[in-house]
Design a protein around this ligand. Sequence first.
Ligand SMILES: Nc1nc2c(ncn2[C@@H]2O[C@H](COP(=O)(O)OP(=O)(O)OP(=O)(O)O)[C@@H](O)[C@H]2O)c(=O)[nH]1
Ligand SMILES: [Mg+2]
Length: 320
Amino acid sequence: MILVMGVTGAGKSYFINRLAEGTVQEGPGLKSQTQQPQVVKALLGDDTELQTEVAIVDTPGFDDSARPDSEILDEISQFLAVQYLVGIELQGIIYLHRITDNRMQGSAFRYFQMFQRLCGEQAFGNVILLTTMWDQLPDEAVGYRREQELRKDYWDMMEEKGSHIAIFDGSHEMAESIVLRLLGKAKVTLDIQRELVDSNKPLGDTLAGRLVASSVEARLIEIEKLENQLTHRLQGLESTDSQASNLRRERDKAKAEVAAQKQGRNRLKARVGSETKRKVENEDGTTVKKRFDRDKIGMFAALLGLGVNLVFAILPFVGF
Ligand SMILES: Nc1nc2c(ncn2[C@@H]2O[C@H](COP(=O)(O)OP(=O)(O)OP(=O)(O)O)[C@@H](O)[C@H]2O)c(=O)[nH]1
Ligand SMILES: [Mg+2]
């Protein structure tokens, strides 16, 4: 299995569609498009006897506007726990970053920090850090300068520990060669998988979860303060005042985010490992195992309630 990760709009679905046209939905990049992980199944090799199955998983990214980080981490951790428990080999992670972004800030920075902790240093050798959207730059030199900054501030340290850094040119050939590069690697277990499944830690006690928990607390303080300020301002206005309806809309939005952040904070208490074990064991004994027999990828998708999009072939398998 190979994961495609990165913040919303980084080009994850675009990358997968370059591998297999039309398998996942791309979005305009402003609002998160991939709400749930999606699985695309591929066959490697041209000899039907020897063909191996691999799943490429399109994942949801952090998004400043729509969903709390904790909800996204919860989702990612659930499929990582299932993958580990079902016994699917994880060969690598493709981490995408838009070169058109001026600086690593906001959700991109939070996500990257979370990503490093989720993997753990021992898994960095199975990571490809890939910059996207070079064709959207007004001047390539800007891209090379940004890449240098990214390397100096964040990526060099991962490269030293075995990550590979590359530029995605948007082509089918390159998408395929990146996948093949990872498929040549030994399987890896991520830190968060050991923490959740082997140590049965609550999500919020894992290294990645602790980071997300502290950003949830900080955001809650900020947004509750805003909600109170808006409520206070509304109290001084007549309900017919033209300003009032705008303020009320903003206040309701803040209120909804407070509720969503609190709900996300609760999910950080979940013992995702044992929840998943229960799910795998229960389902395993009955329908899922029978239905999928030795098709672990099918079982993975069924346990998570995900669709498997399409089977496509990566050829040739030899020569790397
Ligand atoms: N020109 C160009 N457009 C790209 C590239 N990568 C992505 N896009 C476009 O950018 C937008 C966002 O890309 P997606 O692939 O949907 O982003 P994502 O990472 O899947 O985002 P979420 O699903 O929201 O997490 C889409 O309109 C893509 O077609 C690229 O390398 N070049
Ligand atoms: Mg997507």
